[in-house]
Design a binder for this molecule. Structure first.
Ligand code: ATP
Ligand code: MG
Length: 425
């Protein structure tokens, strides 16, 4: 096995590929994405939630008969509190992210990784991409000749500017055709499509969800290598009006402790270690957490990353779990911040994550919020991550804690402000 295939196959995206069913349709989008890698600088793939953006890119980048490319990839997360988080993760396929936070180092690491390899950098859920990453990407594309693929439901204005600057090819995914949807449901199961709300029938994520529900409720029955439909069971089954509501119902059917754990993982907003879960769920013992995780994994809610942390199998599941537990958000962030406060040593990127959680777990503990933001601002200034420093200093100021902290901290705050001003000048 070459280094290239080893690295590519070790990624979570490659791992996902092995557990999925057949890929249907999308001939035009496949051709367009391939062409953008051969003739252009890459593409951005967009379309509604669950329509198949991630799957399309995975199929093209890992397909044997596609253009041979070395794939460097990462999924951006809402809980990426540290600038350049996704790019730093992309550098190390199955190791810890590069420790250095400076843009130049991250770009140099990616350039080195890509050198002489016809590389493509794929960033999924790119609407979460931070400003420092957006600035770094053109350098990678121009200097290192890396092709870029961004995928997201809607990129948003800052990412749109990047797409225009790099002249990435836009690929918009439409819902599947009726025949393709029928193929996905499986032979013999076509007539069950009629029970799926119309607006969900062309959406592969929704189709998978309804199909699983139908199988569980005996609407679809396996037998002799094909499926059949039990019309009576179909008429009896009451379905919510759309897929997110069905996810919510399915979540509600999980045992209370599993549901709660899923809520915490969803709210942290990035992969979570068992250690952090134990802290969040205290006094629930670790054995109980592991049992809940096993249950959540067996029912398709979460999976373990190469680094041993846990993440949702699909962003849409995470979103529903987060929305259902929104009332717990402040507490989860506050406890995550406290967990990071208590770690004996904090790597520099976690100083950012800690500030991120302190801000979202905003409470009467204004002095802690101030200190966390100031610490991160100092690190950010040192690493030249100016875009991240400004909001941190603004939040620190808004806490109103400036007169409650020590004179040393006050001076440090003003030094940071001066430092930021001189960098911006
Ligand atoms: N063309 C396809 N053929 C078969 N299955 C598909 C196809 N497209 C998507 N799927 C399946 O549908 C599910 C949702 O697809 P995917 O995760 O790619 O959606 P997405 O557009 O990236 O969603 P999100 O906006 O939430 O990120 C996955 O299980 C995927 O394997
Ligand atoms: Mg996706």
């Amino acid at each position: 096995m070459t280094v290239e295939t080893m690295a590519a196959d070790a990624s979570p995206e490659a791992a996902d590929r092995t557990s999925e069913g057949p890929f249907v349709g999308r001939a035009d989008a496949v051709a367009a994405l391939r062409a953008s890698l051969v003739e252009g600088r890459g593409a951005w793939v967009s379309g509604r939630a669950g329509v198949g953006k991630t799957r399309l890119v995975r199929e093209v980048l890992w397909q044997g008969d596609g253009p041979e490319r070395f794939v460097i990839s990462a999924t951006c997360s809402p809980g990426d509190g540290c600038p350049l988080a996704a790019l730093r993760r992309a550098v190390s396929v199955d190791g810890p992210p590069v420790p250095d936070l400076r843009e130049a180092t991250v770009v140099a690491s990616l350039t080195q990784l890509a050198a002489g390899r016809r590389a493509v950098l794929w960033l999924d859920d790119a609407h979460w991409l931070d400003a420092a990453s957006r600035r770094a990407l053109p350098r990678l594309v121009h200097a290192a000749g890396v092709r870029l693929v961004l995928s997201a439901r809607d990129l948003g204005a800052p990412q749109d500017a990047l797409v225009r600057q790099l002249e990435l090819r836009g690929i918009w995914l439409r819902p599947l055709e009726a025949q393709e949807a029928a193929t996905l449901m499986g032979e013999g199961a076509e007539s069950a499509l009629a029970w799926i709300p119309e607006q969900e029938r062309g959406n592969p994520f929704s189709l998978g969800l309804y199909r699983r529900t139908f199988l569980e409720h005996g609407v679809l029955v396996r037998g002799e290598g094909r499926l059949s439909v039990d019309e009576t069971a179909g008429r009896r089954l009451e379905l919510p009006p759309h897929a997110d509501a069905l996810v919510s119902v399915r979540l509600g059917a999980m045992p209370e402790e599993v549901r709660r754990l899923l809520g915490s993982i969803a709210l942290v907003g990035r992969p979570v270690s068992v250690e952090l879960m134990t802290y969040l769920e205290a006094p629930v013992p670790v054995g109980q957490i592991e049992t809940s995780l096993a249950q959540a994994e067996a029912t398709g809610w979460v999976r373990q990353t190469a680094q041993g942390e846990w993440r949702f199998t699909h962003e849409r599941l995470r979103e529903v779990a987060a929305a259902t537990h929104a009332r717990l958000a402040e507490g989860v962030h506050r406890r995550t911040a406290a967990y990071l406060d208590h770690l004996p040593t904090l790597p520099r990127h976690l100083i950012f994550e800690r500030a991120w959680h302190h801000v979202r777990g905003w409470s009467e503990r204004r002095v802690q919020v101030f200190r966390a933001c100031l610490d991160a601002a100092k690190v950010g200034l040192d690493a030249g991550l100016i875009d991240a420093v400004r909001p941190l200093l603004q939040v620190a100021e808004q806490t109103g804690a400036l007169h409650e902290v020590t004179p040393v901290e006050r001076r440090a705050f003003h030094r940071c402000k001066d430092g930021l001003r001189s960098r911006l000048a």
